[in-house]
Design a protein around this ligand. Structure first.
Ligand code: GAL
Length: 434
C-alpha cells in the first residue's frame, strides 16, 4: 500500500471508515498486510468457539465438529476457548464478562430456551440467524418444538446441535448381580441401592455435586417422577405450586438418595462421579446422557459394560437439554462464524458430533444406525415422549431462577429440610417466574 492512499481508497478497500476505532481480526489482518507491503487482505483466518466442553465425550464431540469445519475451510484456524466446569458453571461467568466488555467470541454454546432468549436475545447481544435457517432448509429437518425454543418474535436466534436427555440413569452391568430389583420407580430404585449397600458397597449411587446443578437435576427428574410432566411444566407458568406435595416428595426422595452417595460428592464433578462406576466403587449415577459420552470415550461399551434408562419414575418423558450455537453481535470473524453455524446445523456436523457427545441429533435425518444401542432407544423414545425443559440446563427458566435453585439445592444437601427448601423454591418462583 502506498503511503499516499486516499481516504476514499481506504474505505473502498477495507470497508472501514478512516479514523474509525476498530478492534478485531479484520483490522489486525489489514494492518499486517500493510506492514508486509502486500495487497489488502481482509478475509479473516480465525474462528473462536466458546463452550464448556472439556470432559471426556463432550470434548471429543466438539473435536469431531472442528474436523468437519476444517475439512471445509482449511485456511481457518479454530481457536477452542472452552472453559472447564460442567453445565457452564465457570464458562457462563467468563462469557458474561466478555459480552459485557464488547469482546464476544465468534460463536458460543448456549442452551435453547430461556438461557438464550431471556439473557442474550433480551439484552440485544445476538444477531438473528433466521436467514441462515431458511437458506439451509432447517424447517424440513429440525422439529418445530426445537425451533420454537430458539425463536422469539419472527426470528430464530441459534441452531440446535443436539438433544440431551437429562433424566437418565446409568447402571454399571454389575448392578444386576448385586441388586436384582427393578429400578423403574423411585421406591424400587432406593431398595436396590439398599441391597447394594448391604453387600458392603458403601456408596452405590455416585454423585458429583461441585456445581450444585447436579442436585437440581435430581430435583427436576424427581418432580417429573412424583407429579408427572404436566405438573412439572405447570411450575413455570403458575399452574403448579412449588410447595405442593409433589415437590416435597421429590425432595424427600433426594434426601433418601443421599444415604447412598459418596461422602466426597461436594468436591467432585459429574464426570468424576461417572468415573466411580468405572472404578467399581459405585453402581449407578443419575446424569444427562453426556455421561454416556464419557463412558464410551473411556472405552466402556453401551449395553455391555453399562446401560442407560430413564431415571426412576420418568419413563415416557424426556428432560430436554438442548445445546445450540448462535451469532453474537460484533463477532470478530463473522463470516467464519456463519459457516460454523451452518456446520452445527448440518447433517454431517450432527452425525460427527452426537455419537461422541452422547446426545441424539436435533436433525431427524441423521441415520440412527451410526449410534450405540442406548442412543437408538432414546431416539425412538424422544419421538413420543412428553418433553419437559430442564431448569439446571437453562431451558425452563431464566438464569436468575436457575442459579437460585442451584444455591437452594446446595443448602438442601446440607440441611435436608424438605419444608424449608420447598418454601424457598416457592419464593424464588415468586421473585423470578412472575
Ligand atoms: C450441559 C450441556 C451438556 C454437557 C453438560 C456437562 O449443560 O448442555 O452438553 O456438556 O452440561 O458439562
Amino acid at each position: 500500500m502506498s503511503s499516499n492512499w486516499t481516504r476514499r481508497e481506504f474505505v473502498k478497500n477495507t470497508g472501514v471508515a478512516a479514523g474509525a476505532v476498530v478492534f478485531g481480526g479484520a483490522m489486525v489482518d489489514f494492518l499486517a498486510a500493510c506492514a508486509n507491503g502486500s495487497s489488502t487482505t481482509t478475509t479473516s483466518k480465525q474462528l473462536e468457539i466458546f463452550s464448556w466442553w472439556t470432559a471426556g465425550g463432550e470434548a471429543d464431540g466438539l473435536a469431531e465438529m472442528f474436523k468437519i469445519y476444517t475439512g471445509k475451510y482449511p485456511d481457518v484456524k479454530i481457536v477452542n476457548s472452552a472453559v472447564a466446569g460442567g453445565a457452564g458453571t465457570n464458562a457462563k461467568a467468563v462469557l458474561a464478562t466478555r459480552m459485557q466488555g464488547g469482546k464476544p467470541p465468534d460463536s458460543f454454546q448456549v442452551h435453547a430456551g430461556q438461557e438464550l432468549i431471556s439473557t442474550w436475545v433480551k439484552a440485544d447481544k445476538m444477531e438473528p440467524i433466521t436467514s441462515i435457517w431458511n437458506s439451509e432448509g432447517w424447517d424440513k429437518v429440525i422439529p418445530n418444538d426445537l425451533k420454537t425454543i430458539v425463536s422469539k418474535g419472527s426470528d430464530v436466534w441459534s441452531v440446535p446441535v443436539n438433544v440431551h436427555r437429562g433424566n437418565s440413569l446409568w447402571i454399571a452391568s454389575s448392578l444386576d448381580s448385586v441388586a436384582p430389583n427393578s429400578v423403574d420407580n423411585l421406591d424400587d430404585f432406593l431398595s436396590s441401592l439398599g441391597k447394594a449397600k448391604a453387600t458392603g458397597m458403601t456408596a452405590p449411587l455416585a454423585l458429583g455435586s461441585n456445581g450444585n446443578w447436579e442436585v437440581t437435576m435430581l430435583l427436576e427428574n424427581n418432580i417429573v417422577a412424583t407429579g408427572g410432566a404436566d405438573f412439572y411444566r405447570g411450575l413455570f407458568n403458575g399452574k403448579s405450586s412449588w410447595t405442593d406435595n409433589n415437590v416435597k416428595q421429590a425432595l424427600t426422595y433426594i434426601k433418601s438418595m443421599l444415604n447412598y452417595v459418596n461422602s466426597d460428592h461436594p468436591t467432585l464433578g459429574w464426570d468424576q462421579a461417572a468415573g466411580l462406576l468405572q472404578s467399581h466403587k459405585a453402581l449407578a449415577t443419575i446424569m444427562g446422557d453426556w455421561a454416556k459420552g464419557y463412558f464410551t470415550a473411556n472405552n466402556w461399551k453401551a449395553d455391555s459394560d453399562f446401560t442407560g434408562i430413564p431415571s426412576p419414575g420418568t419413563a415416557k418423558t424426556y428432560m430436554i437439554v438442548c445445546d445450540t450455537f448462535g451469532l453474537p453481535k460484533g463477532a470478530p470473524d463473522r463470516d467464519n462464524a456463519i459457516n460454523w453455524i451452518k456446520v452445527c446445523g448440518s447433517e454431517s456436523g450432527q452425525a460427527a458430533f452426537n455419537p461422541k457427545k452422547g446426545s441424539i441429533p436435533a436433525r431427524t435425518d441423521v441415520p440412527a444406525n451410526i449410534f450405540d444401542s442406548i442412543a437408538q432407544r432414546f431416539i425412538g423414545e424422544f419421538k413420543t415422549a412428553a418433553l419437559t425443559p430442564s431448569i439446571a440446563h437453562g431451558s425452563a427458566a431464566p438464569e436468575a431462577f436457575a442459579s437460585g435453585v442451584n444455591d437452594e439445592m446446595g443448602q438442601f444437601v446440607q440441611k435436608k429440610d424438605v419444608n424449608a427448601s420447598a418454601t424457598n423454591l416457592a419464593k424464588l418462583a415468586d421473585q423470578f417466574l412472575k
